[in-house]
Design a protein around this ligand. Structure first.
Ligand code: GLN
Length: 188
């Protein structure tokens, strides 16, 4: 199994490490050619505006959008979720726009408001999570399933082979969400 990690900016190494720990080949995606032969791709957390600028410059915007629309399983964490969202409530742009949710950027406020918590995930129980200037999911379309909640709010959602988390699972030692994503990729 070969999984890509978008590698223009953000928590790239941490995701690659998680995938290696699960015994999976992990490929940093920097150019369109890197998409060849992938069974899934992770869009890491970081800064969504910077990521979009850099991935566009690398010629990845169109081929990656096509791949996701064509069914390539994708896991967007934090900024990665923002890139996938159909609408950003407090930002004039939208990026891939493939996941039927509206997100609010930086909903947890300033950098100092970042925190660690546990998220209640269906079928997995309590999963540790790191929230860093995390987005909040404000609206969801009918095809979107909530898989994880924190303080009653949706923080992990799925629409077919598209998985989105408002937090950073790769900054904890817990590999269950990566494993969950790999199972989606095996089916995909
Ligand atoms: N605040 C960032 C953004 O808007 C996301 C933060 C993160 O990925 N940890 O892109």
């Amino acid at each position: 199994m070969k999984i890509g990690v978008l590698a223009v900016q953000g928590a790239v190494r941490e995701h690659i490490l998680c995938l290696h720990r699960l015994g999976v080949e992990a490929v940093p995606v920097l150019r369109p050619a890197d998409l060849a032969g992938l069974q899934g791709i992770i869009l890491p957390g970081g800064e969504s505006t910077a990521q979009w600028r850099l991935l566009s410059r690398a010629g990845l915007a169109e081929p990656l959008a096509e791949a996701i629309k064509g069914g390539l399983p994708v896991f967007g964490t934090c900024a990665g979720l923002i890139l996938l969202a159909k609408r950003i409530t407090n930002w004039p742009e939208r990026y891939f726009g493939v996941l039927d949710v509206a997100v609010e950027r930086n909903a947890t406020g300033r950098q100092v408001d970042s925190f660690e918590a546990t998220v209640a995930v269906d079928g997995l129980g309590e999963v540790p999570a790191v929230f860093i200037r995390a987005p909040a999911i404000r609206e969801m379309g009918p095809g979107v399933e909530v898989l994880g909640r924190y303080a009653g709010e949706p923080v992990l959602v799925r629409q077919g082979a598209i998985l989105g988390a408002t937090f950073h699972p790769e900054l904890t030692e817990d590999l269950r969400l990566h494993e969950f994503f790999l199972n989606l990729c095996r089916k995909g």
